[in-house]
Design a protein around this ligand. Structure first.
Ligand code: ZN
Length: 158
């Protein structure tokens, strides 16, 4: 087991505080997602065996552009499509590349849009989002100050 370093603790604090603000989907929600997509990858349509643990929850709108962890911002994705996820392109363009014809594209797109449209409109505003970021920043800065104080205490001997 690695020892807990200050930088590991900072990452944990970020994740922990972030999950309070924007919780990850619950097990019940994940079950609903598997049911809605009928155990198939929302992009390529391949059947995924849930027990194989190769199914992924893929963010439709990535968190780097403000996408939330709400279950309706996720689709079921196979490992392969999820692996391609370093993609910068919007999900519908990505989907286009995964469909053999426009009929398949329309059907898959409709299914995803229907799922997404169930997102409650209680999404946090950009202002509230910025507030949550600044709370995390404050916590990290406080922690860094504590680390420095502790190191100074140690340096000064007992
Ligand atoms: Zn796939």
């Amino acid at each position: 087991m690695p020892k807990d370093t200050p930088s590991m603790a900072k990452n944990k604090m970020r994740r922990c505080l972030g999950a309070i603000f924007d919780p990850h989907p619950s097990k019940t929600e994940v079950d609903r997602l598997w049911g809605y997509f009928e155990s198939r990858c929302a992009y390529c349509g391949i059947m995924i065996n849930r027990k194989s643990r190769t199914g992924h929850l893929d963010h439709l709108l990535s968190s780097s552009v403000g996408g939330s962890n709400n279950i309706h911002n996720h689709v079921l994705s196979c490992a392969r499509c999820n692996g391609d996820e370093t993609r910068e392109e919007p999900w519908d363009l990505f989907l286009q590349g995964k469909c053999e014809n426009s009929q398949a594209l329309q059907a898959k797109k409709k299914k995803i849009i229907q799922w997404m449209s169930q997102v409650p409109d209680s999404e946090p505003s950009p202002e509230v989002r910025a507030q949550s970021k600044s709370i995390v920043k404050e916590a990290i800065e406080n922690f860094e100050r504590s680390v420095e104080k502790m190191r100074a205490l140690r340096r000064n001997g007992f």
